[in-house]
Ligand binder design. Structure first.
Ligand code: SME
Length: 155
């Protein structure tokens, strides 16, 4: 699937600065608006090394910081693999930020071959995220990365 989706075109148009902080905030708000049944959308960035700190988000105040050894976010950061969890209660070290969350998608955000952070998305519905959703969100993450200038990772 190499076609640029309408959502990607819309996000490209929305991200009209090179400022990663502005673009991260806009990306969260855009995803929260575009996808049904989400209760939390936000970035954690790696700062310092092997630690995730809370960045721009939409939703309830959230857990901070998250070490790489913990939770679904930590696993996405460690492995650099998207984590798609149908039932968060089945993950022993899942970190509960909002008790309403039932399923979760965490996409690693890679900048210049380094792990910049993760995009974390929660839903109150079990098994909310399909593989198609995963691919769509991964592509929106690439749009965010390509639209932005970043500070040095883990400075
Ligand atoms: N549930 C995540 C923590 C972040 S919150 O959901 C916003 C985890 O287990 O890593």
């Amino acid at each position: 699937m190499n076609d640029v989706t309408l959502r990607e075109q819309q996000l490209v148009a929305l991200l009209d600065t090179r400022d990663w902080l502005t673009n991260a905030a806009q990306t969260c708000a855009f995803i929260a608006q575009q996808f049904d049944a989400l209760n939390w959308v936000g970035f954690y960035r790696q700062r310092p090394a092997n630690m995730l700190v809370l960045g721009p988000f939409q939703g309830l105040p959230a857990c901070n910081p998250i070490p790489f050894e913990q939770g679904v976010c930590g696993k996405a950061a460690r492995t650099r693999q998207t984590q798609r969890v149908d039932d968060v209660h089945a993950v022993p070290d899942h970190i509960v930020c909002d008790a309403a969350s039932r399923s979760e998608l965490v996409v690693p955000v890679i900048v210049d071959d380094a792990l910049w952070g993760v995009l974390d998305i929660d839903s109150p519905n079990p098994a909310r995220f399909s593989t198609a959703d995963q691919h769509a969100i991964e592509r929106l993450c690439r749009v965010f990365v390509e639209a932005s200038d970043f500070e040095a990772v883990a400075a």
